[in-house]
Each structure stands twice: as structure tokens, then as C-alpha cells.
Design a binder for this molecule. Structure first.
Ligand code: ACO
Length: 326
């Protein structure tokens, strides 16, 4: 059977660093509060002239270079994002043009912080069915443009960034062994961006009501996130006859350290079995898992045959996991 194997990873973080001390000058908060509640120390913020497609292209170029293939070999490009350059066309189409991926179909996936895992699952199905040989999957976000910088409950959490992987159809037992996707739209109002869409079309009044900015009920999101991240990680392991002891590295969506620690403890994983970089880049939504993966890969932490679990949860609600033999 054909499997989708990750043959290249890449990532990009904007240069500008926003520290907790910087945030103290913007809203009524403290480094102490942010560090204790979230573990986040700093996050990256895109420059004014940097768009989501720019971040995506930078990450993709590095992933293609590592994979050793050229963009015109790609059969498809899927971008997981909720902060695309435009409502439409898709950011994937902009990336397709910039990379000159002339043969590739291109589309975005909207699954908030689960966007990368949803996109990866979609691409791997095309590969397993024989419809694609090479695929580029990207998670890219410029959340700083939809954050309410007057809302201390949310503005401390998020950052900008992008991560990418190149997939190749290969025979054998390496690559993506299974993917598991879930959704429950019943709780959409706990984490969403109210405007501007067909429900709240663009209006001056809407701007005054701050509708274009992310809204979140943090406490309720926290509880559901921990439960869902745990459940779907267990589902992925059990499907493959594995247990937590077999996991080399868990790559959870980097929401905040308390969520990650709660998930790790429930899964009974040792500290070194979970990769965490939320301290330095904050919650980058759909970009967080491929960003963390590329960082770990370039540090030389991944060995052939290692069992990796990608584990995501986000607005929708959506959640999902991918089990990978590296
Ligand atoms: N600085 C100082 N005080 C603050 C801040 C801040 N930045 N933000 C909130 N507070 C205050 C609140 O106003 C509240 O004060 P009150 O008791 O006087 O009303 C107090 O701190 C406690 O607020 P809670 O919301 O109960 O704090 P909690 O312990 O739940 O922590 C947090 C808040 C960090 C947002 C937490 O709920 C959380 O991590 N939630 C998950 C959020 C998340 O990661 N979402 C994304 C996951 S999915 C995705 O990535 C899209």
C-alpha cells in the first residue's frame, strides 16, 4: 500500500518579538500572570508588509529544499489557515503561484488550530488513493491581525508563524499510519471570529463592536481542549495497536503550557516524550504543529522509525490526530 511519508519540513517565524514586558505596556497584565497561566514568554509578530502567504512560502521553500524536489513536481498544495491573505481566493492559490507549482491543485482548509492536521489528513488520503505523488501541506497564520489588542484575555496568547511538510507516496511501513478527525459545531461560539462574513457583513457599526476580532471563552475552551486532545491521541494509538509507552514524541497543538501539561499527564507521558515550544512562539493556531515538527527535525531529534503523534484541537470545535512512523 502507498503511504504518505514526510520527506521535508520547513518553518518560518517573523523577526519581530513581542515579549510579556511589551504586553504590560499595552494591556493591564503582568509577565508573572502570563507565565504562570500560559507558560508563554514571547511570541513573533509579522511585519506590516508580511502576509500569511509570505510566511507560508518561506516555510514551503525550506521544506521543498529539504525534500530535494522542485515545486513543479507537486500534485497538490493544502494550506491550513484561518487568517489567509483574503477571505478568497485561497492562500494556497497565492502560494501555488509564488512557488510556480504549475501542476498543483491548491486549496485552504478552515479548521482553526486543527487546520494542519485536517490538511495533512486530506493530503495523505490523496496519496494513499494514488491520486497524488507529491503534496505540500502548510499551516500558516498571521493571527496578530485578528487579535483584539485591547482584550487581555486573548491578546497574550497568540503569535504569527508558518510550518510546512512535503509528502511523498512511498511503499512500506514508514509515514502517516493513520489520521483521525472530529468536529462538534455545537460550541462554535466559544472560540470564533464574528465578522466579517455573511452573518455579520462589513459595517462601520461592526468595527465599533469589534466584530473582526477573535473572541474566546478561555476557561471553557481549556477543559474541552484537554479532553479532546487526550481522547484523539488515545484513538490514534489504539488504532495502531500502540500505547503511550511507544511514543517517541507527541506534538500537541501549542495552545499553552498548562493545556499541554494536563494532556501529557493524562497520557502518562514522560516530559521528554512531548515537544513544547509555546514558550517562545505562543499559540500560532494552524501553524503550531508543523513549526514544532520542523524545529525538532532540524535539532536532530527525530530518528527513522520513531513513532510521532500530531495532536490538535481548535475552533469549530475541531480536533484530530495523525500517527506517524518517521
Ligand atoms: N493578565 C492579567 N489578568 C488576566 C489576564 C491577563 N492577561 N487575562 C485574564 N485575566 C484575569 C481575568 O480577568 C480573571 O480575573 P477575575 O477573576 O477578576 O475575573 C482572572 O485573570 C482569571 O481568569 P480566567 O479566565 O479564569 O483565567 P484562567 O486560569 O482560565 O486562564 C487562560 C486564562 C490562560 C486564557 C486559560 O483559560 C486558557 O489557557 N484557556 C485556553 C485558551 C486556549 O489556549 N485557547 C486556544 C486553544 S484552541 C486554539 O488554539 C484556537
Amino acid at each position: 500500500v502507498k503511504r504518505a511519508r514526510i520527506i521535508g519540513t520547513g518553518s518560518y517565524l517573523p523577526e519581530k518579538i513581542l515579549t510579556n514586558a511589551d504586553l504590560e505596556t499595552m494591556v493591564d497584565t503582568s509577565d508573572e500572570w502570563i507565565t504562570a497561566r500560559t507558560g508563554i514568554q514571547q511570541r513573533r509578530i509579522a511585519a506590516e508588509n508580511e502576509m500569511t502567504s509570505d510566511l507560508a512560502v518561506f516555510a514551503a521553500e525550506k521544506a521543498l529544499q529539504m525534500a530535494g524536489i522542485s515545486a513543479d513536481q507537486l500534485d497538490l498544495i493544502i494550506v491550513g489557515t484561518i487568517t489567509g491573505d483574503f477571505p478568497w481566493p485561497s492562500t494556497a492559490c497565492l502560494v501555488q503561484d509564488r512557488l510556480k507549482a504549475t501542476r498543483a491543485a491548491a486549496w485552504d482548509v478552515s479548521a482553526a488550530c486543527s487546520g494542519f492536521v485536517y490538511a495533512l489528513a486530506s493530503a495523505s488520503k490523496f496519496i494513499e488513493s494514488g491520486s497524488a505523488r507529491y503534496a505540500l501541506v502548510i499551516g500558516a497564520e498571521v493571527l496578530s491581525r485578528v487579535i483584539d489588542w485591547q482584550d487581555r484575555n486573548t491578546c497574550i496568547l497568540f503569535g504569527d508563524g508558518a510550518g510546512a511538510v512535503v509528502l511523498e507516496a512511498q511503499d512500506g511501513d514508514f509515514g502517516i499510519l493513520s489520521t483521525h478527525l472530529h468536529a462538534d459545531g455545537g460550541d462554535w461560539q466559544l472560540l470564533y471570529q464574528p465578522g466579517f462574513g455573511s452573518r455579520h457583513p462589513a459595517s462601520v457599526a461592526g468595527i465599533e463592536q469589534r466584530l473582526p476580532f477573535l473572541k474566546m471563552a478561555g476557561n471553557e475552551v481549556f477543559k474541552t481542549a484537554v479532553r479532546s486532545l487526550y481522547d484523539v491521541a488515545i484513538e490514534a494509538l489504539e488504532t495502531n495497536g500502540l500505547t503511550a509507552a511507544d511514543v517517541h514524541l507527541l506534538f500537541p497543538h501549542q495552545a499553552n503550557r498548562r493545556i499541554l501539561e494536563a494532556v501529557r499527564k493524562r497520557l502518562e507521558l514522560r516530559e521528554e516524550q512531548m515537544y513544547v515550544n509555546v514558550d517562545f512562539c505562543g499559540n500560532t493556531s494552524g501553524a503550531s504543529i508543523p513549526l514544532a515538527l520542523d524545529e525538532a527535525n532540524r535539532k536532530g531529534l527525530l530518528r527513522q522509525g520513531d513513532i510521532l503523534v500530531f495532536d490538535a484541537f481548535g475552533g469549530g470545535f475541531t480536533w484530530g490526530a495523525a500517527l506517524v512512523r518517521w
